[in-house]
Design a protein around this ligand. Sequence first.
Ligand SMILES: *Cc1c(COP(=O)(O)O)cnc(C)c1O
Length: 401
Amino acid sequence: MSFLSTPIKAAVNTLTQQLDTPFFVYDLDKLNAHLTRLVAQTDVKLWYAIKANPLSKVIQCLDSAGFNFDVASKGELEQVLAQGISSQRVLNTGPAKSPKQIKHFIGRGVRIFVAESLNQVRWLNQQAQLQNTQLQVLLRVQLRWPEGEKNPLGGDSLTPFGLGCDEWQALNTGDYPALNFDGLHIFQWGNMLSTQKLSELWSQMIAPLTTLANNLNINLKILDLGGGLGIPYTPNDATLEWDGLITALAKIKKDAGVDELWMELGRYAVGECGHYANPVVECKQNYGQQQVILTGGINHLLRPAVTSQDFPAALLRESTAPEQAMSLYGPLCTALDCLGEHTLPSDLNEQDWLVFSQCGAYGFTESMPYFLCHELAAEYVLQNGELTCVRQAEDASHYLR
Ligand SMILES: *Cc1c(COP(=O)(O)O)cnc(C)c1O
C-alpha cells in the first residue's frame, strides 16, 4: 500500500522545481470525495473539530459537504466565521472557557456549548442572561471504569476535560434558567482503528451516562461522542470502515434512546488528504546507522515527538536501489527532532525530497515553527487538478521582533 497518489506525486514534483524549502500540499479532490461518503447517512450529525486543520480551504470543503463546526478558541471561531459560515452551525468545546470568551462567543451568535465544569455552567448562564438569550448546553462527562472491569483504553488518567459523574451530581439544573440542558458529551480516546473496540467502548458508556442524565433530571436528547476515529500511519495498520462504524453508531443511538447522535471528527475527516514535502540536506553514517538530515523536522511536524508515532515517508523520485533502514532527523538542535526510522532506497542523496503522508490533521498548526528560527512551511492545495498557494514560506524575519 502506498500513501502517495499519482496526482499528489505530480503536484509535488512540479512544486519541487520551484521551491527549496518544505511545504504542505492538501489533496482537496480526495478530501471532497471522502467527505461525500461521510455525510451520506442520517444516523450521526457530523461536526468538524477545527483544531485538526484550520486552513481556510480545508474548512471550505467541510462547509460544502454540510459539516458543522466545533471550535475551541476565539481564533478558531473567527476563522470559521471568516469563511462565511453561520454561527448557528458552531459548537464550542474546550477546557478554558473564561467568562470573557463566553461573552465573545455569544456576541458572535454561538448558541451551542459543551460545559466542562460547574463554573462554566454558571458563567454560561450569566453571560446568556446578560445578552438576553438562551443556550443549548451539553455536559462533558469524564468516565472511569471500576477496578477489574474491562476498559478498552487501559488506564484511567485524569484530564481537565469535563467532570466525573460524582462531580456533576452537584449540579442543580433548575438554577440556570438561560440554559437548556439537552445532552451529554463524552470523548476520552484517540486514533482508534478497531470498530469492534470502539463499539465496546461506546456501549459501556451508555449505562453510566443515562443514569447521570436521570439523576440530573436531564432529558437526554443528544449524545455527543467526540472524535477519536483513527487513520493508518503505517501500511500494516488497520483502516476503519465507515459503513461498519455507522451500523455500530446506529445501535448506540438506539440503545441510548437519544434523538441525536453527534460526533466531531478531526483526524478521520482530514488526516489522509495532507502531505509534507521535505528536501534532504545530508546523509551520513554514524555508529553503523544511516542518518538523514532534513530541512524540516518537528518545527513543521511535531506529532512524532509527542506521540512517538511517525508519519509515513517515501522518496519522491523513482528508485530501484535496494531499501535500507534510515533514521530521519530535522534541523533543530535537540534530540527530540526525529521523524522516525524508515525503510528507504539506499541511493537517497542530497538532491532528493522526501514526502510524508497522512499529514492533513495535526500537522502545520500543531507544530513548533519558531524554535531555531527556520522558515515557516508553505501550504498548497490541489483542487480540480490545479495547484494553489494558500500560504507562502516565510523566513524568520517574518515573525522575529
Ligand atoms: C480534538 C477533538 C476532537 C477531534 O478528535 P479526532 O480524534 O481528531 O477526531 C473532537 N472533539 C473534541 C472535543 C476535541 O477536542
